[in-house]
Design a protein around this ligand. Structure first.
Ligand code: ZN
Length: 330
């Protein structure tokens, strides 16, 4: 359960909009929250729900989190809040119809009612048409929040009846901070925050043993290439390929390697704050001095090329051998 302050860090613009509208008591009757997975849409919807039903708003917009209504929403059983999720693969017509029936009665405890439809792009055509009628004839005190990751799949007739709120991908600094608040060490938090802008995925990655080991193997290859480049190929055969043994894993390996070389460029440009491999700062600083800027840039380019070739289905081992030979050139 996220507080207003926490969500404001993720989505400052969206939350600012709601702060103003709640304070002025001008909430629309239908919202569509759109944006990628892990951007806080569902949490924001539940936060808004608590603000909508709260009996003693703080500063005129934040839920108190203490009153009966706030507590019931926190525990998922407020009689006037309905959350609809796909039944199997889709949201079916009967789900929307039973919602309509429910909403034709007055609120159990107040004259307010709110429904949230998660993954609303998964509505069947019949369900979407039922919802459309519902949206066209809003009853007083009724609010809808539709949530989607794929706004392009939503009927334009539905879009035109909703106020659309876009949820932005999270910046690396925000993800890093959130991970560290959860006890993830800075060296992992910093790296993970650059690999995904999805907070859930970031949490999973930072707890993933495979990921921690991948990081070590990448650092080992990097160190070999600096200190004993002639051993690079052997390492690729004996450790790298067996570990990164499919396309997806190999791509992660290449990303991890890419950030090491990007760090050299950051250091050369005196942008130490942008360095991803914090714990290797001393070593990286030394190497940034020894390597020309052009060489560092060339390395970054060749790793990006290797990623492209991976997508073009070049044989992974061949691709890695060629990459290592290029990186050895220093
Ligand atoms: Zn409250």
């Amino acid at each position: 359960m996220k507080t207003w302050q926490q969500l404001s860090q993720y989505q400052p613009r969206a939350l600012k909009v709601f702060q103003n509208t709640i304070q002025k008591d001008r909430l629309a009757h239908a919202y569509l929250f759109e944006g990628k997975r892990g951007t806080g849409k569902k949490e924001a919807a539940l936060l808004l729900a608590r603000s909508y039903f709260c009996e003693q708003l703080v500063d005129g917009f934040q839920p108190c989190e203490q009153c009966k209504n706030c507590k019931r929403i926190q525990s998922g059983n407020h009689p006037d809040l309905h959350v609809i999720e796909p039944d199997g693969l889709s949201i079916k017509k009967w789900q929307i119809q039973s919602l309509q029936e429910e909403f034709s009665k007055t609120g159990v405890e107040s004259n307010r009612k709110l429904y949230i439809i998660s993954d609303c792009d998964k509505m069947t055509t019949n369900a979407a048409n039922s919802l459309l009628k519902f949206l066209e004839e809003p009853t007083k005190g009724t609010m809808a929040i539709l949530i989607t990751e794929q706004i392009q799949l939503i009927l334009s007739t539905i879009l035109s009846r909703c106020q659309i709120i876009s949820f932005q991908p999270l910046a690396p600094a925000i993800i890093k901070e959130a991970l560290m608040e959860n006890g993830v060490p800075i060296h992992l938090a910093s790296l993970v925050s650059h690999l995904t802008n999805n907070i859930e995925e970031a949490h999973q990655l930072s707890e993933d043993e495979w990921f921690a080991e991948a990081r070590l193997i990448v650092i080992k290859l990097y160190e070999l290439l600096i200190h004993q480049p002639q051993k690079g190929l052997l390492f690729i055969h004996s450790q790298w390929m067996p570990f990164f043994d499919d396309k997806e894993k190999l791509e992660s390996g290449l990303d991890l390697l890419l950030y090491l070389y990007k760090d050299l460029i950051s250091i050369q440009a005196s942008l130490d704050d942008d360095v991803v491999y914090h714990d290797l700062m001393t070593m990286l600083k030394q190497q940034a001095l020894q390597l020309s800027q052009r060489a560092a840039l060339n390395h970054v380019v060749s790793i990006m090329e290797a990623k492209k070739r991976l997508h073009a289905n070049v044989h992974p081992q061949l691709l890695m051998e060629q990459l290592v030979l290029t990186l050895q050139e220093g």
